[in-house]
Design a protein around this ligand. Structure first.
Ligand SMILES: Cc1ncc(COP(=O)(O)O)c(C=O)c1O
Length: 314
């Protein structure tokens, strides 16, 4: 699918839902469905489809000349933003963590091809990405740019994610549990803000030691004036040694999953989230009869960041 008109981005999209059949799920008497956000659009992938909508609209409607955001050299968010910019006629700027000389890969090549201006910054400078003084200095450098937080994790992401919740309800999926991978926590915050009280929303952190996500998510919810009805929590044990790291266990799980279901995953978010879900089911965390809906949040371009030896095992 390819949407060229920015307003059309907001139209509800009928979502593909796959039931995952696995002997373990049968044994534990749980139903697991996968919401295929990866299938919505090749370029503006997965959860980015929802998170970026209102940033892009605001940029257009308020006459910004560029949209600027932050990410690492394999960032799915930067990739999706660059693609969206090219498609909807918005200039984009990426503040990229990394030295320019080390930074050429498939993601950055795509971003450049889509016309994104890349500005490489040291790790030290990148750490300031949330600090008001740093943001002011960037705004002075790019006076006509709309600044979008890393991962699109800001209040403007929330109406788009509310649209996703509405769509899940429209498709009568009625999950007991909604589970998603967490990077910045922006997606979880947007879902939790409007999820009905009957859902339990679970995030699986892709980062090690990600307890700070509770504060970040609470802050986003407060900023948006949202009072969550649903119970929510974050699982901190599914990171597989840390952000963007892989383990033999993760690669073996992804390989088996991809073969069994003929659905591709990537190693940073969706692979880890589904492995953790598998472990939680194994540990009988969910009562028999539970309906679990997992989000495939896309990001498959990031598979290209796997080293060739690891890729060969998939
Ligand atoms: C594929 C994928 N899944 C999940 C996430 C996590 O989303 P968030 O940063 O909103 O927690 C990301 C990051 O945007 C992502 O690229």
């Amino acid at each position: 699918m390819c949407v060229d008109d920015l307003q059309a981005l907001l139209n509800p999209v009928e979502l593909q839902v796959d039931t995952l059949r696995d002997p373990l799920y049968q044994q534990r008497e749980v139903e697991v469905k996968l919401l295929r956000l990866d299938q919505i659009d090749n370029g503006i992938s997965g959860n980015k489809w929802y998170k970026l909508q209102h940033y892009l609209l605001t940029a257009k409607q308020q006459g910004y000349q560029q949209v600027l955001s932050f990410g690492g050299i394999w960032s799915n968010h930067i990739h999706a933003l660059a693609c969206a910019g090219a498609r909807f006629g918005l200039k984009t700027v990426g503040i990229i963590r990394g030295e320019p000389e080390s930074a050429s890969n498939a993601m950055l090549t795509d971003a450049r091809r889509w016309g994104m201006r890349l500005q490489f910054v040291s790790r030290l400078e990148y750490r300031q990405r949330h600090e008001p003084n740093y943001l002011q200095s960037l705004q002075r450098q790019w006076p006509h740019a709309l600044l979008v937080p890393e991962g699109g994790a800001g209040v403007l992401a929330m109406p788009g994610l509310a649209g996703l919740v509405t769509q899940i309800q429209a498709q009568q999926l009625r999950p007991d549990y909604l589970i998603t991978a967490c990077g910045t926590g922006g997606t979880l915050a947007g879902l939790v803000a409007v999820a009905p009280a009957s859902w339990r929303v679970l995030g699986v952190a892709a980062l090690k030691g990600a307890g700070f996500l509770y504060d970040d998510i609470q802050a986003l919810l407060a900023q948006a004036g949202a009072i969550p009805q649903a119970h929510w929590c974050i699982d901190l044990e599914g990171h597989q040694r840390g952000y963007a790291r892989t383990t033999p266990e993760l690669l073996a799980f992804m390989s088996a999953f991809e073969q069994r279901h003929a659905i591709l995953l990537e190693q940073v978010y969706t692979g880890k989230m589904l492995l953790r879900l598998h472990q939680l089911i194994e540990n009988s965390t969910f009562a028999p009869g539970s309906r679990i809906l997992a989000l495939h949040s896309g990001g498959l371009q990031g598979r290209r960041g796997l080293d060739p030896a690891a890729l060969a095992t998939l």
